[in-house]
Design a binder for this molecule. Structure first.
Ligand SMILES: [Mg+2]
Length: 440
């Protein structure tokens, strides 16, 4: 059994932890340079604000509906993320972090009532971090994702699903009829990995709900659409065939993480690992024509080595200007790593996540007049510089790691000072000078 734990409206929820006055109000978080809405509270969703909608299109709602907009504070979100992840990791023998606010937990062999465990996990994360989560259980990752969607939607829109499925939903507890009813009440586009284009094509074939898809012939759908759809249908039937690293990327983020065969204790090895992960995610980023606004790095000891002292830090470094240049991204990732690494721990895992993704074109529209001196030369000409194209071409031809960037962490990396972030909240949890003050 898998669980998918997901923070509800992550970025907005992080802001609300420190500013409870935002509770119940329509709130959006804006991307780097305050360009587009990248997170929406339920109230903002109800106002009709769409994901990734440009800020200028909804700005008038400030006056007419009390909409509150904040600049993204990735340093805060990254730190809250690692707190949430380390709590969730206590509940199952295996955790796979999937995005900044989602992880899979593998409950294979765990006895007991999973819904009760899910509720306890939810309560603990809320008590210790202030973040509300939804938990979905299913026999495969695709089913766990879907159960999570049901749990979240049932809470947000009471009555949208029959029965008691809000907040924590375990598909294994449903009868065949109940499961079919939940699948019928869910649009096919909500299934993990089914994007907008595929949804449109499926709709043309009369496949509108998840139930329509499940009742289809997996092999035939595979021939007609793609092998991914075939795997998805098999997963919806309960046959696991997706690994997290092959799985569809989360919205707005690209990541690479791995557990090590043997514990790593030294910084140079971690720098090498993190540089390699960053090269991989940078390549994916360029492939999809995006640039990233921030780099999130995490390292962790293993909770199963009970005699080891535990340490699971992370850091998020906003870039002065969004970039897809491997050198810029490695420089930021290594700087983040140096900031959190402590000697004397047996690290068992590391990961790199690119967040605040946006289409590459935007980079040219917002030249960075205060570009950091540490930006490598050439990077200034645009993310897909000739050098990066050459790098990708060589790696495609001679194998993934044929050519890479020698990791040279700069003493002064990219910083946030140049980006326009007029509405950013304090970095409460990572900067002592910005710590929250309580007045009594
Ligand atoms: Mg979420």
């Amino acid at each position: 059994m898998f669980a998918l734990v997901d923070v509800n409206n992550m970025y907005v929820s992080c802001e609300r932890v420190f500013r409870p006055a935002l509770n119940g109000k329509p709130v959006v978080v804006l991307s780097n340079n305050d360009g587009a809405c990248i997170a929406r509270s339920n109230e903002a969703k109800d106002l009709g604000v769409r994901m990734a909608q440009p800020w200028f299109e909804v700005r008038h709602l400030q006056r007419t509906a009390g909409l509150i907009a904040l600049s993204a504070n990735f340093e805060l979100y990254g730190d809250m993320s690692s707190r949430m992840m380390s709590i969730a990791a206590r509940y199952a023998p295996r955790q796979e972090i999937y995005s900044i606010d989602e992880c899979f937990l593998d409950f294979d062999g765990v006895p007991g009532d999973l819904v009760a465990i899910g509720r306890e996990l939810r309560r603990q994360v809320l008590a210790w971090t202030g973040l509300p989560t939804s938990v979905g259980f299913g026999a495969t990752k695709t089913l766990a994702k879907l159960a999570n969607h049901v749990a979240k939607t049932a809470e947000r829109k009471p009555g949208s699903y029959p029965g008691e499925l809000a907040q924590v939903c375990n598909f294994a507890n449903l009868s065949a009829d109940q499961l079919a009813a939940a699948m019928q009440a869910t649009e096919v586009g909500e299934v993990w990995g089914i994007g907008r284009k595929t949804t449109a094509r499926l709709n043309e074939c009369g496949i509108r709900t998840v139930l329509d898809l499940v009742r289809g012939d997996a092999a035939a759908l595979g021939r007609q659409f793609s092998v991914v759809i075939e795997k998805t249908v098999r997963e919806l039937h309960g046959t696991a065939c997706l690994e997290v690293n092959d799985a569809p990327a989360a919205n707005q983020q690209i990541m690479c993480s791995r557990s090590f065969g043997a514990p790593v204790t030294d910084l140079p090895t971690l720098i090498e690992v993190v540089s390699q992960f960053t090269s991989q995610v940078a390549h994916k980023l360029r492939d999809q024509g995006s640039v990233a606004g921030a780099v999130h790095v995490f390292i962790a000891t293993s909770p199963y080595r009970r005699n080891d002292r535990q340490h699971a830090p992370s850091a998020t470094l906003p870039l002065g200007r969004p970039s897809a240049d491997t050198r810029v991204l490695i420089s930021a990732a290594v700087r983040a790593l140096r900031g959190v690494f402590r000697p004397g721990f047996n690290y068992a895992k590391a990961g790199v996540m690119l967040v605040d993704l946006q289409p590459q074109a935007q980079e040219h529209a917002t030249p960075d007049l205060f570009a950091d001196d540490a930006q490598p030369e050439g990077a200034a000409r645009g993310s897909r510089s000739d050098l990066m194209s050459a790098l990708d071409a060589l790696n495609q031809r001679f194998g993934r790691h044929a050519v890479s960037v020698a990791s040279a962490a700069r003493r002064t990396g990219p910083s946030a000072h140049a980006s326009k972030q007029d509405r950013r909240s304090p970095r409460y949890t990572t900067r002592i000078e910005e710590i929250a003050v309580a007045r009594a």
